[in-house]
Write a protein that binds this ligand. Structure first.
Ligand SMILES: *[C@@H]1O[C@H](CO)[C@@H](O)[C@H](O)[C@H]1NC(C)=O
Ligand SMILES: *[C@@H]1O[C@H](CO)[C@@H](O)[C@H](O)[C@H]1NC(C)=O
Ligand SMILES: *[C@@H]1O[C@H](CO)[C@@H](O)[C@H](O)[C@H]1NC(C)=O
Length: 476
Protein backbone atom coordinates (compact mmCIF):
# COMPACT_ATOMS: atom_id res chain seq x y z
CA UNK A 1 0.00 0.00 0.00
CA UNK A 2 2.64 2.47 1.14
CA UNK A 3 4.87 1.70 -1.81
CA UNK A 4 1.85 1.83 -4.12
CA UNK A 5 1.14 5.36 -2.94
CA UNK A 6 4.82 6.22 -3.24
CA UNK A 7 4.92 4.82 -6.74
CA UNK A 8 1.80 6.71 -7.71
CA UNK A 9 3.21 9.93 -6.25
CA UNK A 10 6.49 9.35 -8.04
CA UNK A 11 4.90 8.78 -11.43
CA UNK A 12 2.62 11.74 -10.87
CA UNK A 13 5.61 13.92 -10.05
CA UNK A 14 7.50 12.65 -13.08
CA UNK A 15 4.55 13.30 -15.35
CA UNK A 16 4.01 16.74 -13.84
CA UNK A 17 7.70 17.47 -14.09
CA UNK A 18 7.81 16.47 -17.71
CA UNK A 19 5.10 18.94 -18.69
CA UNK A 20 6.52 21.91 -16.79
CA UNK A 21 8.92 24.42 -18.20
CA UNK A 22 12.38 24.04 -16.72
CA UNK A 23 13.84 27.25 -15.30
CA UNK A 24 17.49 27.98 -16.05
CA UNK A 25 19.70 31.06 -16.00
CA UNK A 26 22.06 32.96 -18.28
CA UNK A 27 25.55 33.25 -16.83
CA UNK A 28 27.15 36.29 -18.48
CA UNK A 29 30.62 37.35 -17.42
CA UNK A 30 31.05 40.95 -18.67
CA UNK A 31 31.89 42.16 -15.20
CA UNK A 32 34.72 44.21 -13.72
CA UNK A 33 34.47 42.17 -10.57
CA UNK A 34 34.15 38.55 -11.53
CA UNK A 35 33.30 35.89 -9.03
CA UNK A 36 35.37 32.73 -9.23
CA UNK A 37 33.64 30.18 -11.48
CA UNK A 38 33.50 27.69 -8.60
CA UNK A 39 31.68 30.32 -6.48
CA UNK A 40 29.14 30.81 -9.27
CA UNK A 41 28.64 27.08 -9.69
CA UNK A 42 28.11 26.73 -5.92
CA UNK A 43 25.55 29.55 -6.21
CA UNK A 44 23.72 27.60 -8.94
CA UNK A 45 23.77 24.46 -6.82
CA UNK A 46 22.58 26.24 -3.67
CA UNK A 47 19.63 27.56 -5.67
CA UNK A 48 18.94 24.14 -7.25
CA UNK A 49 19.40 25.58 -10.73
CA UNK A 50 20.11 22.73 -13.14
CA UNK A 51 20.31 24.53 -16.48
CA UNK A 52 22.74 27.27 -17.39
CA UNK A 53 23.44 29.16 -20.59
CA UNK A 54 26.87 30.64 -21.30
CA UNK A 55 27.75 33.23 -23.94
CA UNK A 56 30.95 31.49 -24.94
CA UNK A 57 32.77 28.27 -24.11
CA UNK A 58 34.93 29.66 -21.34
CA UNK A 59 37.17 26.80 -20.15
CA UNK A 60 37.19 27.94 -16.51
CA UNK A 61 33.40 27.99 -16.36
CA UNK A 62 33.16 24.61 -18.08
CA UNK A 63 35.72 23.10 -15.75
CA UNK A 64 33.79 24.39 -12.75
CA UNK A 65 30.62 22.82 -14.18
CA UNK A 66 32.20 19.40 -14.63
CA UNK A 67 30.66 16.63 -12.59
CA UNK A 68 27.82 18.85 -11.30
CA UNK A 69 25.07 17.38 -13.48
CA UNK A 70 24.06 20.94 -14.44
CA UNK A 71 22.98 21.02 -18.08
CA UNK A 72 24.88 23.55 -20.12
CA UNK A 73 24.29 25.59 -23.26
CA UNK A 74 27.52 27.04 -24.62
CA UNK A 75 27.64 29.68 -27.35
CA UNK A 76 29.70 30.72 -30.32
CA UNK A 77 29.89 34.53 -30.44
CA UNK A 78 28.61 36.19 -33.63
CA UNK A 79 32.02 37.60 -34.53
CA UNK A 80 33.45 34.08 -34.78
CA UNK A 81 30.76 32.64 -37.04
CA UNK A 82 32.54 33.51 -40.28
CA UNK A 83 35.96 32.22 -39.26
CA UNK A 84 35.86 29.39 -36.76
CA UNK A 85 36.67 25.79 -37.62
CA UNK A 86 33.84 23.49 -36.60
CA UNK A 87 36.13 20.45 -36.16
CA UNK A 88 38.49 22.36 -33.89
CA UNK A 89 35.59 23.85 -31.98
CA UNK A 90 34.10 20.43 -31.28
CA UNK A 91 37.49 19.05 -30.21
CA UNK A 92 38.77 21.96 -28.16
CA UNK A 93 35.68 23.69 -26.85
CA UNK A 94 33.19 20.85 -26.53
CA UNK A 95 34.24 17.20 -26.38
CA UNK A 96 37.29 17.97 -24.25
CA UNK A 97 34.96 18.97 -21.41
CA UNK A 98 32.43 16.17 -21.89
CA UNK A 99 32.42 12.46 -21.09
CA UNK A 100 32.35 10.72 -17.74
CA UNK A 101 32.62 13.23 -14.89
CA UNK A 102 32.62 16.06 -17.40
CA UNK A 103 30.34 18.97 -18.16
CA UNK A 104 26.86 18.04 -19.34
CA UNK A 105 26.78 20.18 -22.48
CA UNK A 106 23.40 19.77 -24.19
CA UNK A 107 23.22 22.73 -26.55
CA UNK A 108 25.56 24.83 -28.64
CA UNK A 109 24.14 28.23 -29.51
CA UNK A 110 25.36 29.25 -32.95
CA UNK A 111 25.62 33.03 -32.59
CA UNK A 112 23.63 35.22 -30.25
CA UNK A 113 20.71 37.12 -31.77
CA UNK A 114 22.51 37.14 -35.14
CA UNK A 115 19.42 38.52 -36.91
CA UNK A 116 19.09 41.63 -34.77
CA UNK A 117 17.94 44.49 -37.01
CA UNK A 118 20.65 46.76 -35.64
CA UNK A 119 23.38 44.43 -37.00
CA UNK A 120 22.15 45.28 -40.49
CA UNK A 121 22.54 41.70 -41.71
CA UNK A 122 26.24 41.48 -40.78
CA UNK A 123 25.99 37.93 -39.42
CA UNK A 124 22.88 36.43 -40.90
CA UNK A 125 24.46 34.69 -43.88
CA UNK A 126 26.98 32.84 -41.72
CA UNK A 127 24.48 31.15 -39.44
CA UNK A 128 23.19 28.27 -41.54
CA UNK A 129 26.58 27.35 -43.09
CA UNK A 130 28.13 27.33 -39.61
CA UNK A 131 25.37 25.04 -38.36
CA UNK A 132 25.78 22.64 -41.27
CA UNK A 133 29.54 22.36 -40.63
CA UNK A 134 29.10 22.00 -36.90
CA UNK A 135 26.51 19.29 -37.34
CA UNK A 136 28.97 17.29 -39.47
CA UNK A 137 31.66 17.75 -36.85
CA UNK A 138 29.25 16.61 -34.12
CA UNK A 139 28.43 13.49 -36.15
CA UNK A 140 32.15 12.73 -36.58
CA UNK A 141 32.69 13.14 -32.84
CA UNK A 142 29.71 10.89 -32.13
CA UNK A 143 27.95 13.67 -30.22
CA UNK A 144 25.14 14.52 -32.63
CA UNK A 145 22.45 12.64 -30.75
CA UNK A 146 23.35 14.30 -27.46
CA UNK A 147 24.38 17.87 -28.28
CA UNK A 148 21.85 19.99 -30.16
CA UNK A 149 22.58 23.11 -32.17
CA UNK A 150 20.31 26.12 -31.66
CA UNK A 151 20.21 29.80 -32.65
CA UNK A 152 18.94 32.23 -30.01
CA UNK A 153 16.83 34.73 -31.97
CA UNK A 154 15.76 38.17 -30.93
CA UNK A 155 12.04 38.82 -30.91
CA UNK A 156 12.43 41.45 -33.64
CA UNK A 157 12.95 38.58 -36.10
CA UNK A 158 9.13 38.46 -36.35
CA UNK A 159 6.39 41.01 -36.28
CA UNK A 160 2.65 41.58 -36.29
CA UNK A 161 -0.10 43.65 -34.74
CA UNK A 162 -1.92 40.62 -33.39
CA UNK A 163 -0.41 37.23 -32.53
CA UNK A 164 -2.35 35.22 -35.11
CA UNK A 165 -0.83 37.30 -37.93
CA UNK A 166 2.81 36.77 -36.89
CA UNK A 167 5.38 36.47 -39.70
CA UNK A 168 9.16 36.56 -39.83
CA UNK A 169 10.61 39.79 -41.20
CA UNK A 170 10.29 39.55 -44.99
CA UNK A 171 14.05 39.67 -45.61
CA UNK A 172 14.52 36.78 -43.17
CA UNK A 173 11.88 34.44 -44.58
CA UNK A 174 14.30 32.39 -46.64
CA UNK A 175 16.96 32.07 -43.94
CA UNK A 176 14.37 31.28 -41.30
CA UNK A 177 12.87 28.58 -43.49
CA UNK A 178 16.29 26.94 -43.93
CA UNK A 179 17.15 27.38 -40.26
CA UNK A 180 13.88 26.02 -38.90
CA UNK A 181 13.88 23.07 -41.25
CA UNK A 182 17.45 22.29 -40.11
CA UNK A 183 16.49 22.59 -36.44
CA UNK A 184 13.47 20.40 -37.00
CA UNK A 185 15.38 17.62 -38.75
CA UNK A 186 17.91 17.51 -35.91
CA UNK A 187 15.39 17.60 -33.08
CA UNK A 188 16.46 21.05 -31.88
CA UNK A 189 14.05 23.61 -30.44
CA UNK A 190 13.61 27.20 -31.66
CA UNK A 191 15.25 29.53 -29.13
CA UNK A 192 13.91 33.06 -28.72
CA UNK A 193 14.66 35.97 -26.36
CA UNK A 194 11.60 37.91 -25.20
CA UNK A 195 11.79 41.23 -23.34
CA UNK A 196 8.54 42.93 -22.35
CA UNK A 197 10.71 45.48 -20.47
CA UNK A 198 12.15 46.69 -23.77
CA UNK A 199 8.67 47.06 -25.27
CA UNK A 200 7.76 49.25 -22.33
CA UNK A 201 11.06 51.16 -22.38
CA UNK A 202 10.95 51.87 -26.10
CA UNK A 203 7.31 52.81 -26.34
CA UNK A 204 5.70 55.19 -23.88
CA UNK A 205 2.25 54.21 -25.17
CA UNK A 206 2.82 50.57 -24.22
CA UNK A 207 0.30 49.76 -21.48
CA UNK A 208 2.37 49.17 -18.38
CA UNK A 209 0.29 46.39 -16.86
CA UNK A 210 0.41 44.41 -20.13
CA UNK A 211 4.14 43.88 -19.49
CA UNK A 212 3.40 41.96 -16.29
CA UNK A 213 1.39 38.85 -15.46
CA UNK A 214 -1.20 40.20 -13.08
CA UNK A 215 -4.03 40.80 -15.47
CA UNK A 216 -4.30 43.79 -17.76
CA UNK A 217 -6.80 46.55 -18.21
CA UNK A 218 -5.72 46.57 -21.87
CA UNK A 219 -6.08 42.97 -23.06
CA UNK A 220 -5.36 42.38 -26.75
CA UNK A 221 -8.24 40.81 -28.63
CA UNK A 222 -7.29 38.53 -31.49
CA UNK A 223 -10.32 36.76 -32.99
CA UNK A 224 -11.52 34.35 -30.32
CA UNK A 225 -8.30 34.74 -28.30
CA UNK A 226 -7.64 37.25 -25.54
CA UNK A 227 -4.13 38.17 -24.44
CA UNK A 228 -3.55 39.53 -20.95
CA UNK A 229 0.23 39.84 -21.05
CA UNK A 230 2.99 40.74 -23.50
CA UNK A 231 4.82 37.47 -23.05
CA UNK A 232 1.93 35.30 -24.26
CA UNK A 233 1.27 37.67 -27.15
CA UNK A 234 4.89 37.62 -28.21
CA UNK A 235 5.17 33.84 -27.86
CA UNK A 236 2.08 33.23 -29.99
CA UNK A 237 3.30 35.69 -32.62
CA UNK A 238 6.31 33.39 -32.96
CA UNK A 239 4.08 30.31 -33.04
CA UNK A 240 2.15 31.90 -35.93
CA UNK A 241 5.34 32.86 -37.76
CA UNK A 242 6.60 29.29 -37.43
CA UNK A 243 3.24 27.95 -38.65
CA UNK A 244 3.41 30.19 -41.74
CA UNK A 245 6.62 28.49 -42.85
CA UNK A 246 5.22 25.04 -42.05
CA UNK A 247 6.50 24.36 -38.52
CA UNK A 248 3.65 25.28 -36.22
CA UNK A 249 4.46 22.40 -33.86
CA UNK A 250 8.13 23.25 -33.32
CA UNK A 251 9.15 23.24 -29.65
CA UNK A 252 10.23 26.61 -28.29
CA UNK A 253 12.80 27.51 -25.65
CA UNK A 254 13.09 31.00 -24.13
CA UNK A 255 16.80 31.81 -24.27
CA UNK A 256 16.57 35.08 -22.33
CA UNK A 257 13.86 36.82 -20.36
CA UNK A 258 14.00 39.11 -17.36
CA UNK A 259 13.68 42.59 -15.92
CA UNK A 260 16.46 45.01 -14.89
CA UNK A 261 16.56 46.65 -11.47
CA UNK A 262 18.43 49.89 -12.06
CA UNK A 263 19.54 52.48 -14.58
CA UNK A 264 16.12 53.47 -15.98
CA UNK A 265 12.70 54.61 -14.85
CA UNK A 266 10.70 51.37 -14.60
CA UNK A 267 13.79 49.32 -13.84
CA UNK A 268 13.53 48.73 -10.12
CA UNK A 269 13.54 45.93 -7.57
CA UNK A 270 9.76 45.76 -7.19
CA UNK A 271 9.08 45.64 -10.90
CA UNK A 272 11.76 42.98 -11.44
CA UNK A 273 10.40 40.81 -8.67
CA UNK A 274 6.80 41.15 -9.83
CA UNK A 275 7.77 40.35 -13.44
CA UNK A 276 10.04 37.39 -12.72
CA UNK A 277 7.76 35.86 -10.08
CA UNK A 278 4.76 36.41 -12.33
CA UNK A 279 6.59 34.71 -15.19
CA UNK A 280 7.64 31.73 -13.10
CA UNK A 281 4.17 31.28 -11.64
CA UNK A 282 2.65 31.58 -15.11
CA UNK A 283 5.01 28.93 -16.47
CA UNK A 284 4.49 26.58 -13.54
CA UNK A 285 0.71 26.91 -13.83
CA UNK A 286 1.11 25.07 -17.13
CA UNK A 287 -1.60 27.21 -18.69
CA UNK A 288 0.37 27.82 -21.84
CA UNK A 289 -0.91 30.38 -24.33
CA UNK A 290 -4.04 30.62 -26.48
CA UNK A 291 -2.22 29.01 -29.43
CA UNK A 292 -0.43 26.43 -27.26
CA UNK A 293 -2.81 25.77 -24.38
CA UNK A 294 -1.32 23.55 -21.67
CA UNK A 295 2.10 23.52 -23.25
CA UNK A 296 4.40 26.28 -22.06
CA UNK A 297 7.92 26.63 -23.50
CA UNK A 298 10.19 23.67 -22.81
CA UNK A 299 13.01 25.57 -21.06
CA UNK A 300 13.18 29.19 -19.92
CA UNK A 301 16.52 30.84 -19.13
CA UNK A 302 16.25 33.93 -16.95
CA UNK A 303 18.43 36.88 -17.85
CA UNK A 304 20.43 36.96 -15.94
CA UNK A 305 22.13 35.37 -13.01
CA UNK A 306 24.46 38.26 -12.09
CA UNK A 307 24.74 41.97 -12.87
CA UNK A 308 27.40 42.69 -15.49
CA UNK A 309 28.93 46.13 -14.88
CA UNK A 310 31.15 46.00 -17.96
CA UNK A 311 28.35 45.58 -20.52
CA UNK A 312 27.85 48.21 -23.19
CA UNK A 313 25.28 50.84 -22.22
CA UNK A 314 24.30 51.40 -25.84
CA UNK A 315 20.83 49.88 -25.29
CA UNK A 316 20.47 51.92 -22.07
CA UNK A 317 21.94 52.25 -18.59
CA UNK A 318 19.72 49.38 -17.40
CA UNK A 319 21.86 46.97 -19.43
CA UNK A 320 24.24 46.46 -16.50
CA UNK A 321 21.50 45.57 -14.03
CA UNK A 322 19.66 42.48 -15.26
CA UNK A 323 20.86 40.08 -12.54
CA UNK A 324 18.60 38.38 -10.04
CA UNK A 325 21.82 38.59 -8.02
CA UNK A 326 24.14 41.59 -7.78
CA UNK A 327 27.62 41.24 -9.32
CA UNK A 328 28.84 39.65 -6.08
CA UNK A 329 26.15 36.99 -5.93
CA UNK A 330 23.83 38.61 -3.37
CA UNK A 331 20.09 38.22 -3.96
CA UNK A 332 18.51 41.53 -4.96
CA UNK A 333 14.94 40.63 -4.09
CA UNK A 334 12.68 37.82 -2.96
CA UNK A 335 12.14 35.27 -5.72
CA UNK A 336 10.86 31.71 -5.63
CA UNK A 337 12.33 30.01 -8.69
CA UNK A 338 9.99 27.07 -8.21
CA UNK A 339 12.95 24.73 -7.97
CA UNK A 340 12.54 23.69 -4.34
CA UNK A 341 13.90 26.64 -2.33
CA UNK A 342 11.47 29.28 -1.15
CA UNK A 343 13.80 32.18 -1.80
CA UNK A 344 17.17 32.91 -3.37
CA UNK A 345 20.33 31.85 -1.55
CA UNK A 346 23.34 34.17 -1.64
CA UNK A 347 26.79 33.24 -2.89
CA UNK A 348 29.15 32.08 -0.18
CA UNK A 349 32.88 32.55 0.32
CA UNK A 350 32.98 35.61 -1.95
CA UNK A 351 36.52 37.06 -1.95
CA UNK A 352 36.07 40.80 -1.39
CA UNK A 353 38.79 43.41 -1.49
CA UNK A 354 39.32 45.10 1.92
CA UNK A 355 36.41 47.25 3.24
CA UNK A 356 37.72 50.54 1.85
CA UNK A 357 36.13 53.16 -0.33
CA UNK A 358 37.38 56.17 -2.25
CA UNK A 359 35.39 59.41 -1.76
CA UNK A 360 35.62 63.10 -2.62
CA UNK A 361 37.84 64.84 -0.07
CA UNK A 362 35.41 66.70 2.23
CA UNK A 363 37.68 69.74 2.58
CA UNK A 364 38.62 70.21 -1.06
CA UNK A 365 37.04 72.44 -3.64
CA UNK A 366 35.66 70.34 -6.47
CA UNK A 367 35.44 72.89 -9.26
CA UNK A 368 38.26 71.15 -11.18
CA UNK A 369 36.72 67.68 -10.94
CA UNK A 370 35.00 67.40 -14.32
CA UNK A 371 37.77 65.68 -16.27
CA UNK A 372 38.35 63.21 -13.45
CA UNK A 373 34.67 62.35 -13.39
CA UNK A 374 34.63 61.84 -17.11
CA UNK A 375 37.61 59.50 -16.91
CA UNK A 376 36.25 57.56 -13.92
CA UNK A 377 32.81 57.04 -15.43
CA UNK A 378 34.08 56.22 -18.92
CA UNK A 379 35.94 53.25 -17.46
CA UNK A 380 34.04 52.23 -14.33
CA UNK A 381 30.30 51.85 -13.95
CA UNK A 382 28.34 54.99 -12.95
CA UNK A 383 25.00 54.00 -14.48
CA UNK A 384 23.11 54.10 -11.17
CA UNK A 385 23.69 57.89 -10.98
CA UNK A 386 21.42 58.60 -13.92
CA UNK A 387 17.72 59.29 -14.08
CA UNK A 388 15.74 56.48 -12.49
CA UNK A 389 18.89 54.94 -10.99
CA UNK A 390 19.31 53.91 -7.36
CA UNK A 391 21.90 56.67 -6.79
CA UNK A 392 20.17 59.42 -8.77
CA UNK A 393 19.16 61.24 -5.59
CA UNK A 394 22.71 61.86 -4.34
CA UNK A 395 23.94 65.41 -4.03
CA UNK A 396 26.81 66.79 -6.07
CA UNK A 397 29.61 65.76 -3.74
CA UNK A 398 28.23 62.24 -3.18
CA UNK A 399 27.94 61.94 -6.96
CA UNK A 400 31.65 62.60 -7.20
CA UNK A 401 32.38 60.13 -4.41
CA UNK A 402 30.37 57.46 -6.17
CA UNK A 403 32.31 57.90 -9.40
CA UNK A 404 35.66 58.00 -7.59
CA UNK A 405 34.83 54.82 -5.72
CA UNK A 406 33.69 52.90 -8.80
CA UNK A 407 36.98 53.74 -10.45
CA UNK A 408 39.03 52.89 -7.35
CA UNK A 409 37.39 49.46 -7.04
CA UNK A 410 37.85 48.85 -10.76
CA UNK A 411 41.58 49.52 -10.22
CA UNK A 412 41.51 46.91 -7.44
CA UNK A 413 41.88 49.65 -4.80
CA UNK A 414 45.24 50.72 -6.15
CA UNK A 415 46.17 53.66 -3.93
CA UNK A 416 47.10 55.93 -6.85
CA UNK A 417 43.68 55.44 -8.41
CA UNK A 418 42.08 57.39 -5.53
CA UNK A 419 44.33 60.42 -5.99
CA UNK A 420 42.47 62.48 -8.61
CA UNK A 421 45.00 65.31 -8.16
CA UNK A 422 44.42 65.33 -4.43
CA UNK A 423 40.60 65.47 -4.67
CA UNK A 424 40.11 61.84 -3.59
CA UNK A 425 40.48 60.25 -0.19
CA UNK A 426 40.30 56.64 1.05
CA UNK A 427 37.81 55.98 3.83
CA UNK A 428 36.99 52.97 5.99
CA UNK A 429 33.39 54.09 6.58
CA UNK A 430 30.86 52.72 4.08
CA UNK A 431 29.51 55.79 2.22
CA UNK A 432 26.40 53.92 0.93
CA UNK A 433 23.15 55.90 1.27
CA UNK A 434 19.77 54.13 1.35
CA UNK A 435 19.35 51.97 -1.76
CA UNK A 436 22.49 53.46 -3.29
CA UNK A 437 25.29 51.01 -2.68
CA UNK A 438 28.94 52.06 -2.90
CA UNK A 439 30.54 48.82 -3.95
CA UNK A 440 33.59 47.00 -2.69
CA UNK A 441 35.15 44.97 -5.47
CA UNK A 442 35.63 41.23 -5.52
CA UNK A 443 38.52 39.32 -6.92
CA UNK A 444 38.22 36.07 -8.83
CA UNK A 445 41.86 35.21 -8.21
CA UNK A 446 41.83 31.67 -6.95
CA UNK A 447 45.01 32.29 -4.98
CA UNK A 448 44.20 31.54 -1.39
CA UNK A 449 46.35 33.03 1.34
CA UNK A 450 48.34 29.81 1.63
CA UNK A 451 49.09 29.78 -2.11
CA UNK A 452 50.31 33.36 -1.86
CA UNK A 453 52.53 32.35 1.05
CA UNK A 454 53.89 29.45 -0.96
CA UNK A 455 54.70 31.79 -3.84
CA UNK A 456 56.32 34.21 -1.44
CA UNK A 457 58.50 31.37 -0.10
CA UNK A 458 59.56 30.33 -3.59
CA UNK A 459 60.41 33.95 -4.29
CA UNK A 460 62.66 34.04 -1.22
CA UNK A 461 64.27 30.72 -2.05
CA UNK A 462 65.03 32.01 -5.57
CA UNK A 463 66.55 35.21 -4.21
CA UNK A 464 68.53 33.09 -1.77
CA UNK A 465 69.84 30.90 -4.60
CA UNK A 466 70.83 33.91 -6.67
CA UNK A 467 72.64 35.49 -3.76
CA UNK A 468 74.33 32.19 -3.02
CA UNK A 469 75.39 31.76 -6.67
CA UNK A 470 76.67 35.33 -6.84
CA UNK A 471 78.73 34.92 -3.69
CA UNK A 472 80.13 31.66 -5.07
CA UNK A 473 81.20 33.46 -8.26
CA UNK A 474 82.69 36.21 -6.23
CA UNK A 475 84.64 33.78 -4.07
CA UNK A 476 85.87 31.88 -7.13
C1 LIG B 1 37.24 28.01 -28.23
O1 LIG B 1 37.82 28.24 -26.95
C2 LIG B 1 38.93 29.11 -26.98
C3 LIG B 1 39.54 29.12 -25.61
O2 LIG B 1 38.63 29.61 -24.67
C4 LIG B 1 38.49 30.48 -27.44
O3 LIG B 1 39.58 31.37 -27.50
C5 LIG B 1 37.88 30.35 -28.83
O4 LIG B 1 37.41 31.59 -29.25
C6 LIG B 1 36.75 29.34 -28.79
N1 LIG B 1 36.22 29.18 -30.13
C7 LIG B 1 34.97 29.46 -30.42
C8 LIG B 1 34.60 29.29 -31.84
O5 LIG B 1 34.16 29.83 -29.59
C1 LIG C 1 9.11 50.56 -10.64
O1 LIG C 1 8.82 50.27 -11.98
C2 LIG C 1 7.44 50.18 -12.26
C3 LIG C 1 7.22 49.73 -13.69
O2 LIG C 1 8.29 49.25 -14.36
C4 LIG C 1 6.78 51.51 -12.01
O3 LIG C 1 5.40 51.42 -12.23
C5 LIG C 1 7.03 51.93 -10.58
O4 LIG C 1 6.52 53.23 -10.39
C6 LIG C 1 8.49 51.90 -10.26
N1 LIG C 1 8.66 52.11 -8.84
C7 LIG C 1 9.45 53.06 -8.38
C8 LIG C 1 9.55 53.14 -6.88
O5 LIG C 1 10.10 53.79 -9.10
C1 LIG D 1 24.73 63.46 -10.27
O1 LIG D 1 25.13 62.85 -11.49
C2 LIG D 1 24.09 62.57 -12.40
C3 LIG D 1 24.66 61.79 -13.56
O2 LIG D 1 25.76 62.40 -14.12
C4 LIG D 1 23.43 63.88 -12.82
O3 LIG D 1 22.34 63.59 -13.67
C5 LIG D 1 22.92 64.60 -11.58
O4 LIG D 1 22.41 65.83 -11.95
C6 LIG D 1 24.06 64.78 -10.59
N1 LIG D 1 23.53 65.37 -9.40
C7 LIG D 1 24.08 66.44 -8.85
C8 LIG D 1 23.41 66.96 -7.63
O5 LIG D 1 25.09 66.95 -9.29
Amino acid sequence: MGSGVALFTLSFLLAAHHAHSAIGVNWGTLSFHKLRPSTVVDLLKANKITKVKLFDSNPDALRALMGTGIQVMISIPNELLSTFSSDLFVQQNLSRFMGKGGADIRYVAVGNEPFLTSYGGAYQNYVVPAMVNLQQSLVKANLASYVKLVVPCNADAYESNVPSQGTFRPELTQIMTQLVSFLNSNGSPFVVNIYPFLSLYQNSDFPQDFAFFEGSSHPVLDGPNVYYNAFDGNFDTLVSALAKIGYGQMSIVIGEIGWPTDGAVGANLTAARVFNQGLINHLLSNKGTPLRPGSPPMDVYLFGLLDEGAKSTLPGNFERHWGIFSFDGQAKYRLNLGLGNRGLKNAENVQYLPSRWCVAHPEKDMTQVTDHLRLACSQADCTTLNDGGSCSQLGEKDNISYAFNSYYQLQMQNEKSCDFDGLGMVTFLDPSVGDCRFLVGVTDKSSSASELMARWDIYHICIGLVVWALTRCYIL
